[in-house]
Design a protein around this ligand. Structure first.
Ligand code: 5RP
Length: 253
């Protein structure tokens, strides 16, 4: 699984700290990335010890890891709407998602960054190209816990924003991003001569905007661009952040 930012030990402290907030009977959103993977492994250990939970994966990778670690799984539809077409559990109350645990590529911290309804600032996600499903699951959760190392904290969001695009919309979206002041780059696979293809069969444009003064406005611009499946700006969704450090874990929010 892709690793970026701080040391693995620091990521592990953050992931395991978040996994320890999970309670018996919870439905858990299982995030993607190297830090969220530590949370999944810890939840697996707790399941081995008798914890009764079900996980909703945000990607093929988190699904595979959860299966390997013995965590029972649910589809997002089963968790939020068992009466939905195609879901074979009519008449059963949706359990909902109690807590989602997910990583981030950048977290805005400090004065002025706390969003309405959440003490945590906006995030950039999608380094693992999983942000479309991550946003669905993280937004559906009663409590969204972000797990990061300190290298992810920044007073202002300034990392490139991952934008998942329909393959046929790649050029049109790239032009719209340039018109909005960004510079798009098609994400390429590290060891393959081709583009990254998401779990949904789409492409990713990493869009550099420099310092993002108004993440909410940029989120709206991207969300309303035809051809965009989902972008990696998460505004007002996170409830708390567990930051792994060299000596422990700092929890904010
Ligand atoms: C995947 C993500 C990841 O959560 C994000 O890239 C952080 O990954 P890591 O914990 O490996 O640094 O958004 O789409």
């Amino acid at each position: 699984m892709k690793t970026s930012g701080g040391s693995d030990a620091v990521k592990r402290r953050a992931g395991e700290s978040a996994a320890d907030v999970v309670g018996d009977g919870d439905v858990i959103g299982l995030g993607t990335g190297s830090t969220a993977a530590h949370a999944i492994r810890r939840i697996g250990e707790r399941v081995d010890a008798g914890l009764d939970v079900r996980g909703v994966p945000t990607s093929f990778a988190s699904r595979e890891l959860a299966i390997e670690r013995g965590i029972p799984l649910l589809d997002l539809d089963e968790a939020v709407a068992p009466d939905a077409p195609g879901v074979d559990a009519p008449g059963i109350d949706a359990p909902g998602i109690d807590v989602a645990i997910d990583g981030a590529d950048q977290v805005a911290v400090g004065e002025g960054n706390g969003a309405a309804g959440s003490g945590v600032g906006p995030l950039i996600k999608g380094g693992g190209a999983a942000h479309a499903r991550e946003k669905l699951v993280d937004a559906a959760a009663d409590r969204f816990v972000v797990v990061v190392d300190p290298s992810k904290e920044s007073p202002t969001l300034d990392r490139p924003v991952p934008v998942e695009v329909l393959p046929a919309g790649r050029t049109a979206v790239a032009e719209a991003v340039r018109a909005a002041g960004g510079e798009p780059t098609l994400r390429r696979a590290e060891r393959k001569d081709g583009p990254v293809v998401t779990d949904n069969g789409n492409l990713v444009l990493d869009c550099a905007f420099g310092e993002i003064a108004d993440p909410g406005a940029l989120a709206t611009t991207l969300a309303t661009t035809p051809g965009v499946v989902e972008h990696g700006i998460f505004v007002g969704l996170a409830d708390e952040v567990h930051v792994g450090t060299e000596t422990g874990v700092r929890v904010t929010g």
